[in-house]
Design a protein around this ligand. Structure first.
Ligand code: ADP
Ligand code: MG
Ligand code: MG
Length: 902
């Protein structure tokens, strides 16, 4: 799509030539100004210079051929329409030059107002405004200030400082108290500042002002803060910005003028009503700058009823047209309303659901569209407990919401102290300037992490998200002094031992303990809030949209659960079975002793005795799980981790043995254990004796587990239950491994189900790359595949999660080697390709082969869409993520398949 650099190429669009679909070319602001113009709304006339012109400028360092002429032509047309000329000394046309990229980048790029003013036209402007000198000189000083700062990089503080001086000379804090003479003096002061920094006089030629301002907007695309923001928000770097040239309208012409911003609904809660701020006698940027206190938009009704009514009418019209919440900027010039901007507005997670529900009620959108407009990340946010904030609590700092949740705790500054206090049962917040791999233990011990530096991809942020820990990063208002064990913020000092609260969703930091309240959405999922019978717009909207998602989705959603309690909870959250039941926890606690006996067994009978003792314990666990998941499939994975994980650590054991020997105690048993631990020590346990390999090496181990599963199923069936066990073999890389296990398992199944028929499936995990690549062979022996995408990611990339997340992921994210951690969201190109190959070749060998995924990716929105595309039958995720997966599985259908195909 290279801009062809001929006169024919169109770089400039009049507002009447564009529309809202042209955001790529005209930017969001320009496309929407055009849309409003074509709706017949009162938009000051103007034109948009395209993002292509910006891209061409940035690529070559000069304006593309033809641009200058097209600007000239559009400017002339504008002058004709307005009956004024740019910068005319008698009756000047003034314009604003406004940036506007495809994606909104608030405060990142530049706008210059009042272009066209100079020493002559300022007089004409005053005359035209009815001898309003004050207004004219105020407009002029604003131009020099904005132009100086934006176009010529004059430090903004110098202008601010001169303004403050003018105010204090007048003995006031309010810029409205400055009269025309004061402002004329300020213009002189500003011009001197301008000349001092740029080595030239403030340009008096209107057209030169315009061209320089346009160029400055182009260049603001590559300003450092804009680059950082884009990286943070994952906005592509090559889009460029459009430039809008808009006829000025004046909100600063007196008390019957003003400017404001508004939302068509409350972007916080979604509630219907009038939300906005209005500032009389001011230009637009004053509202944002907060130089004077705004009033609620409702008060405009008293001030100027006819503009107010017109505005409300326009807001209703915009909502109906965009079929969504809009935010707007407007200005009233002497009782005449002008629309300066609109767009589909940002909103909180709660408002997203509520508004989608309302719009369905209003008949503006259907449920497919409502489903499309919310997402799993928002739902996940609504499932965290929240701070119960009232007026008492005001944030002392705002950083980046790096990992969601609400955490309160005692402030600590070192990892060691965090570990110490956590061991005493205290909840702690680890506060650091930034974290590094040495802080890992402290991060694990802490309830939350707060840093004063770093963004969403900083070490703290990446590691915290990986651990599911609340984190606020980059709260730069906080000054951390680790040696002194304190930080200062907003003039207050917080010492080690004081309590703070951090909100990992909003990035806000509070002093003291803010009470936490449970999520209503979770209460709804758990069944303790009935959406039909409570007056809660959010719960009703969530219920409605979830119900629709469930009706749409093709992917089933199961859960990863190892206990009856987890299974029951996940079932309330909508899980349709268990996709991964890990059996290893059944080897912990007081059962460790049996594992030791198993490992130390010298003879077959000793080993068999240990296994026999484990059998009833395992069986009881399975009975409980089958009962909770009655009628739904339960995939049980045979033991996966290496056995030495169930033994005491080597160092500890060695010390114990040495101490006991010193004392002359009998240490024969400990010595044997120590020897076993030494023997079993592995350099790379992740790649060692685990999974199916264990089953093939330790006689009777898998057999015992299979027997426990099948006996439990038979027991449940005999009591009238409907168990659906699926036995899953981990870490298979070759079909022969699976065949060996399967032959043994089938014998046991046959024997045990003779009493009572129960269907038992046998399948395998696909988590070793070789398994994915030989899936056609493996499918001959497997009744189902479950992709273990954690291991598949580890082995596909050749790194272990525990080692890498703290060590170098932050750097990889910073460099853009990953857009997101491949453990958070599946790497479609590499690991995803393995999944695709295995799915296709597996199904080719065994039509109807059941396919699922049981890594953590099963609860990640993007990954769920990928698994839908690949055609898996189900995803399985932790109980808490089940609703997110349900929602996203539904969204995947409305997004990829079109609304009605299933
Ligand atoms: P941002 O994207 O930062 O909001 P804008 O381009 O919208 O920047 O402009 C900054 C402020 O100037 C806004 O309040 C806007 O309403 C106001 N503004 C822009 N153009 C005009 C104009 N032609 N007449 C009056 N006010 C304007
Ligand atoms: Mg704006
Ligand atoms: Mg695994």
């Amino acid at each position: 799509m290279a801009a062809q650099q001929t006169d024919e190429h169109k770089y400039v669009y009049d507002f009447s030539e564009g529309n809202k679909e042209l955001k790529d070319l005209l930017g969001g602001k320009g496309a929407n100004l055009a849309e409003m113009t074509n709706l017949g709304l009162p938009v000051p006339p103007g034109f948009t210079i395209t993002t292509e012109a910006c891209q061409a400028y940035l690529a070559t360092g000069r304006e593309p051929d033809g641009l200058a002429g097209q600007i000239e032509a559009h400017l002339e047309a504008l002058e004709r329409a307005m009956g004024k000329r740019l910068g005319d000394p008698q009756d000047p046309l003034l314009v604003s030059v406004r940036s506007g990229a495809k994606f909104s980048m608030p405060g990142m790029m530049e706008t210059v107002l009042n272009v066209g003013l100079n020493d002559q036209s300022v007089v004409g402007l005053s005359v035209q405004a009815g001898q309003n000198d004050r207004f004219a000189w105020d407009s002029y000083r604003r131009l020099i200030q904005m132009f100086g700062k934006t176009v010529c990089e004059v430090p903004g503080e110098e202008f601010e400082h001169a303004l403050d001086e003018a105010k204090s000379a007048k003995g006031t804090h309010d810029d409205l108290d400055l009269d025309a003479d004061d402002l004329r003096g300020l213009v002189d002061a500003y011009k001197k500042i301008f000349a001092k920094h740029t080595g030239r006089e403030f340009p008096q030629q209107p057209r030169e002002q315009l061209d320089l301002a346009i160029r400055a907007v182009f260049e603001s695309w590559n300003a450092e803060r804009a680059v950082l923001y884009r990286r943070q928000e994952r906005i592509p770097a090559d889009l460029g910005t459009a430039v809008n040239v808009v006829t000025m309208v004046f909100g600063n012409l007196g008390p019957d003028s003003g400017t404001g911003v508004a939302f068509t609904r409350d972007p916080g809660s979604g509630a219907q009503g009038i939300y906005g701020d209005y500032l009389a006698n001011a230009q637009g940027e004053d509202v944002v700058a907060g130089i004077r206190n705004t009033v609620g938009l409702q008060e405009l009704e008293q001030l100027d009823k006819s503009s107010y009514d017109e505005l409300l009418g326009i807001m209703a019209r915009l909502e109906e047209h965009y079929r969504d919440l809009c935010d707007i900027e407007f200005t009233i010039e002497r009782g005449k309303l002008w629309m300066l901007q609109t767009r589909v507005g940002k909103r909180t997670a709660a408002a997203a659901f509520v508004i989608a529900g309302q719009l369905v009620d209003e008949g503006l959108i259907d449920l497919d569209e409502a489903l499309h407009r919310v997402n799993g990340a928002q739902l996940a946010q609504l499932m965290f407990p929240r701070f119960q904030l009232d007026h008492e609590f005001e944030a002392v700092a705002t950083g980046i919401g790096a990992s969601p949740g609400a955490a309160s705790g005692t402030v600590v500054f070192t990892s060691a102290r965090a570990v110490e206090l956590a061991a005493e049962g205290k909840s702690v917040i680890l506060v650091r300037r930034e974290t590094n791999p040495d802080d890992l233990n402290g991060m694990i011990a802490a309830q939350g992490i707060l840093t004063s530096r770093g963004g969403k991809t900083s070490h703290a942020a990446v590691v915290a998200r990986g651990m599911g820990k609340t984190c606020v990063s980059g709260a730069d208002a906080i000054d951390v002094n680790v040696p002194a064990k304190r930080f200062t913020v907003a003039g207050q000092t917080v010492n080690e031992g004081d309590v703070v609260s951090i909100d990992g969703t909003t990035g806000k930091v509070y002093l003291g303990e803010v009470p936490v309240m449970p999520s209503e959405v979770v209460q709804y999922f758990e069944g303790s809030l009935d959406p039909e019978h409570i007056d809660n717009a959010l719960v009703r909207a969530v219920h409605r949209i979830m119900t629709h998602a469930d009706g749409k989705r093709r992917l089933a959603v199961r859960t990863n659960a190892d206990t009856g309690a987890d299974a029951a909870r996940a079932r309330r959250f909508g899980a349709e079975g268990i996709g991964l039941c890990r059996t290893e926890h059944m080897f912990l606690g007081d059962r460790r002793e049996l594992v030791e006996r198993l490992i130390l067994a010298r003879a077959a009978d000793e080993r068999e005795a240990a296994l026999e003792a484990l059998l009833p314990l395992q069986r009881a666990d399975f009975v409980e799980i089958f009962r909770e998941m009655d009628g739904l499939p339960v995939t049980v994975r045979l033991i996966d981790p290496p056995l030495h994980e169930f033994l005491p650590p080597l160092e500890q054991l060695a010390v114990n043995v040495a101490v006991a020997q010193e004392r002359g105690e009998d240490v024969a048993k400990e010595e044997a254990l120590l020897a076993a631990v030494r023997r079993m020590h592995e350099e790379n346990p992740m790649l060692g004796l685990r999974g199916v390999r264990l089953g093939l090496v330790i006689p009777g181990l898998f057999a015992m587990q299979v027997r426990a599963i099948v006996e439990a199923a038979v027991e449940c069936a005999q009591r009238g239950g409907d168990p659906k066990p699926e036995i899953m073999v981990p870490l298979v890389g070759a079909v022969q491994e699976l065949e060996t296990v399967r032959a043994e398992a089938e014998k046991i199944i046959e024997e045990v189900t003779r009493e009572k028929a129960v269907e038992v499936l046998i399948g395998t995990m696909i988590e070793v790359p070789r398994a994915a690549l030989t899936a056609g062979q493996i499918a001959e022996a497997a009744q189902f595949f479950s992709f273990g995408t954690n291991d598949l990611t580890q082995m596909g990339w050749g790194f272990s999660r525990d080692d890498v997340e703290g060590a170098f992921f932050w750097r990889y994210l910073e460099l853009g080697i990953f857009g997101i951690s491949p453990f958070e969201s599946i790497d479609r190109d590499g690991v995803g390709r393995l999944v695709r190959i295995a799915a296709e070749e597996g199904r080719a060998a065994r039509p109807g082969l059941k396919l699922g995924v049981c890594g953590e990716h099963g609860g990640d929105p993007d990954s769920v869409h990928f698994f839908h595309e690949v055609g898996l039958d189900y995803v399985s995720c932790s109980p808490f993520r089940v609703p997110v997966a349900r929602l996203e599985a539904g969204r995947a259908v409305v997004e990829t398949d079109g609304s009605d195909s299933r």
